[in-house]
Design a protein around this ligand. Sequence first.
Ligand SMILES: NC(=O)c1ccc[n+]([C@@H]2O[C@H](COP(=O)([O-])OP(=O)(O)OC[C@H]3O[C@@H](n4cnc5c(N)ncnc54)[C@H](OP(=O)(O)O)[C@@H]3O)[C@@H](O)[C@H]2O)c1
Length: 306
Amino acid sequence: MKAAFIGAFGAPDVITLGERDLRAPGAAEVSVRVETASVNPLDVKILAGYLQQVFPIEFPYVPGTDFSGVIDAVGAEVTQFKPGDRVFGRTSPNAGGAFAQRLVVSAEDVCLMPSAMSAEQAAALPTAFGTAQQALFDVGRLQRGQRVLIHAAAGGVGSMAVQLAHHAGAHVVATASGKNVDLVKSLGADEVIDYRQQDFAALRDIDLVLDTVGQDTLARSWGVLRAGGRIATLVDFSIRSTATHVGESVFFASATPFLAQAVQMFQQGQLQVITDAIFPLDEARSALEKVATGHARGKVLIRMSP
Ligand SMILES: NC(=O)c1ccc[n+]([C@@H]2O[C@H](COP(=O)([O-])OP(=O)(O)OC[C@H]3O[C@@H](n4cnc5c(N)ncnc54)[C@H](OP(=O)(O)O)[C@@H]3O)[C@@H](O)[C@H]2O)c1
């Protein structure tokens, strides 16, 4: 099978394209003919070698965690899926494997894809939807009627978070650059701040900040919180609570608990998937470079067949 892989850490240009063998699925695994994969900033960070402590990988490594496709074989103990089922899911970052024509994954990490969902829509969902859900509700404890500030609302996680928070009945304030303001409003934001023109730090009485940016953006976010308000950050793992505010990091470990909910919201017309660009597998490097800019609009996808 054709796959994109790396033999050493580096920038996206370390990606090589070539033929790789794929093992047969183990007893509790399935093999999937991948149709589409989505790219996450995590893939870029793993390639760069920034996350060796958290996600140790072995070379050659095929990047990519989020995928959709069709099952072509199941292990002996797998009863919930059969060859021909359309599925989507997320592999563990240590294993990777999605930027390839086929992958082997635990049956626990996949979910049936409804017929109304395209392979592109499904591949975009696992990390972005699951992280947004975990950050807003598990870590952020967002409640109906509360005010939430969502940074980088035009990004993969942000575009999902705006929709989830709006659906939950929160008042959504979001940051995006000018070209993305209308998009973010269309996803359900009540107020959008063009972060290049206006200072979000003038906001007050925010119950929850979803920080997807870190550094100066995170530092200036404390001042917008009401007493007792919370920050859930995706990017700063050394965050600490203060005497008056709660600060917690989000570590997204598994999409599995969130996939069925994504399907349900999609089927009820409550979830839009925003796609920035779709690249063929041969151009996986360009897909990773696009995400590495930090300015993708929604999700960047890789399609396995041209
Ligand atoms: N902890 C975890 O478990 C976890 C899980 C998922 C993701 N993450 C991390 O969370 C971060 C976001 O992930 P993602 O997939 O959403 O990234 P992404 O899709 O690459 O985000 C791109 C978006 O960020 C916006 N942006 C860039 N700088 C900004 C700023 N200063 N203020 C507001 N918006 C800004 C860009 O908007 P403009 O083009 O309009 O500037 C763009 O739309 C990444 O660092 C990722 O690794 C962590």
